[in-house]
Design a protein around this ligand. Structure first.
Ligand code: ADP
Ligand code: MG
Length: 557
């Protein structure tokens, strides 16, 4: 019981910090705190005050949580309601309890689970209080037996919360999932509902920009999709094939593209991007000079190198801007990408374009690069890979784009016909080339084992400590949450241990990972070291794998 736990913790007062270890596997019923049937369990105890927080699990049975059946009828609603409850809990606790409540996205998280029967499980961290290296028993008792149960009583019971806000979150997420599910059949890569607010408060604050101009689709680019709660929703449809986004500087091109990148995730109500949805096989591509590339076939983009290297089997410890971007495209397609999102701001210009004058000056075999403009149509036609490209400084794509969107003072306009007419009269920028079908690489599982020591941990969103290696994920822009990064590390380790997959190509390994995640949930990746995890996509797992400098690849047998 809670009183027994209180007694136990208080007895530890004044002892050395290590005595907290005796709390491990302690369980306490929370009935007396007003949560009938609920249980608190201490899963793991930190060794010292500076170690990562201790880990607690809180089970609240359906009979106490009382989440109505309608609010847990499907996965999106369960995920949304669980997310909402977790945010409420986070708002109720002080800084010694660590609730991984997430940011603007509503991701599947290990920190909370609402099952179909209505049982709620919350996993959180607790910094057990100390004075120097001595246990503060009374403070610890207050933390575990008062603060946490009280916070849970106020946030994890349907009867105690503002139910309409929880239902609104569920409706929002279920709508987003439903809108996204319609994209492929409607021939769309993405959809931006009228009224969406795309700009963010700042580069480090992902909340909506106050006073941001809501997006409004022009008639010729407008589509209507059906959402279960919002009904018929009108908005900008980004179509399959090649979409070019043009416009002057500061007119909102990159902001639009970034919203599309994030549209693979669901967002909380009030975010401004609740109804910005992108097919979940869309991958942001960018240049990243300095990264490692392992046995990648970049020959579509890179012909004879001055070094004589074979670009069908290209490895480097230190890629250039253009080869890193070429590799990113090939790797994304290998992992199953169905559309590529590319921004001029983060692209290698020489990979994207080569204008007529330059083609005349530097001819034939003196230029090893085949620019993307020559390949983009083949990608769409032969490989069914769509492209959305932001490019304000060149008209070279006018002739190869199916749709040209002009962002003018944050408003999209359809300028496809005019761009096509201009392309008719201009010299053809280049020769269309064919994007070849590639063999899939077979990663060697033993090369995926964390080098040196087994420890894996996220350093913010953008870096992963992987044994003694650090994987730089700064350029992997669709990783949005540190807990996703942590899960990417776990996923890599799962792939390393999945020795049965040793002779299978990467895409098949990622299929196996997706199947595993669908079965056990993201929490299933935690193993016996509970940490906060959030569900990553296969593309971000692949991106980390591809940046692992120890990666070794066998040929496809
Ligand atoms: P571009 O890529 O066309 O140069 P950006 O997308 O970087 O332009 O946007 C330029 C600035 O305008 C950014 O500070 C951005 O936050 C702001 N911005 C973008 N879209 C909007 C909007 N709809 N309403 C208000 N400000 C916006
Ligand atoms: Mg820009």
């Amino acid at each position: 019981t809670l009183s027994a736990l209180r007694g136990h913790v208080q007895e530890l007062d004044g002892k050395g910090y290590g005595a907290y270890k005796s709390l491990r596997d302690e369980r306490a019923a929370l009935d007396e705190a007003g949560l009938p049937g609920a249980e608190l369990r201490v899963e793991r105890v930190q060794a010292d005050p500076f170690a990562p927080p201790s880990r607690l699990t809180l089970h609240v049975p359906a009979s106490t949580a009382k989440v109505p059946g309608s609010e847990r009828a499907n996965e999106p609603r369960r995920r949304a309601v669980a997310d909402h409850l977790l945010r409420l809990l986070d708002g109720q606790v002080g800084r010694d309890l660590h609730v991984d409540a997430g940011r603007q996205e509503v991701l599947e998280r290990s920190a909370v689970h609402l099952d179909a029967d209505g049982n709620v499980t919350v996993r959180l961290g607790a910094s057990l209080p100390a004075a120097g290296r001595k246990i503060k028993g009374r403070a610890a008792a207050a933390l575990l037996t008062e603060e946490l149960p009280q916070a849970a009583t106020r946030s994890l019971r349907w009867e105690a919360i503002d139910a309409s806000a929880a239902v609104a979150t569920a409706d929002t997420v279920e709508d987003a999932v439903a809108l996204r599910a319609q994209l492929a059949a409607r021939g769309l890569v993405a959809f931006v509902a009228d009224g969406s607010v795309l700009p963010r408060a700042s580069g480090v604050d992902d909340r909506p920009l106050e006073g941001g101009v809501p997006l409004e689709a022009p008639e010729t680019l407008a589509v209507e999709l059906e959402a279960p709660h919002a009904g018929l929703v009108r908005g900008l449809g980004i179509r399959d094939g090649v979409t070019l986004v043009v416009g002057g500087g500061f007119h909102g091109k990159s902001t639009l593209l970034r919203a599309l990148e994030r549209g693979v995730y669901d967002h909380v109500p009030g975010d401004g991007r609740e109804r910005v949805v992108t097919r979940d096989d869309a991958v942001k591509i960018r240049a990243e000079d300095g990264r490692a590339v392992t046995r990648c076939d970049v020959s579509a983009f890179v012909g004879e190198l001055p070094t004589g290297d074979d670009t069908r089997d290209f490895s480097t410890e230190n890629a250039s801007g253009s080869t890193s971007q070429a590799a990113a495209i090939v790797e994304a397609i290998e992992a199953g990408a169905g559309s590529l999102l590319i921004d001029e701001d983060t692209s290698a210009t020489n990979l994207m374009i080569r204008d007529a004058a330059m083609r005349e000056l530097v001819v034939g075999d003196r230029e090893p690069l085949t620019p993307f403009v020559d390949l983009v149509r083949s990608l769409a036609r032969d490989r069914e890979v769509a492209t959305v490209l932001v490019l304000g400084g060149s008209g070279d794509y006018f002739g190869v784009a199916d749709t040209v969107v002009h962002m003018d003072a944050f408003a999209p306009h359809d300028v496809t016909d005019r761009a096509h007419a201009i392309a008719e009269d201009a010299p053809k920028p280049g020769e269309p080339a064919v994007f070849p079908t590639r063999r899939g690489r077979v990663p060697r599982s033993n090369s995926l084992t964390p080098p040196g020591k087994p420890k894996v941990s996220a350093r913010g969103v953008d870096a992963l400590r992987y044994g003694e290696a650090t994987i730089d994920l700064d350029a992997v822009e669709q990783l949005v949450d540190p807990s996703q990064t942590a899960a990417v590390g776990r996923a890599l380790r799962w792939l390393a241990d999945d020795r049965g997959g040793d002779d299978r190509p990467l895409a098949a390994r990622l299929d196996a990972l997706d199947a595993h995640l669908a079965e056990v949930g993201v929490h299933g990746l935690a193993g016996d070291a509970p940490v906060d995890l959030a569900r990553p996509r296969r593309f971000e797992v692949a991106a980390a794998l591809n940046r692992l400098r120890s990666l070794a690849v066998a040929d496809l047998r």
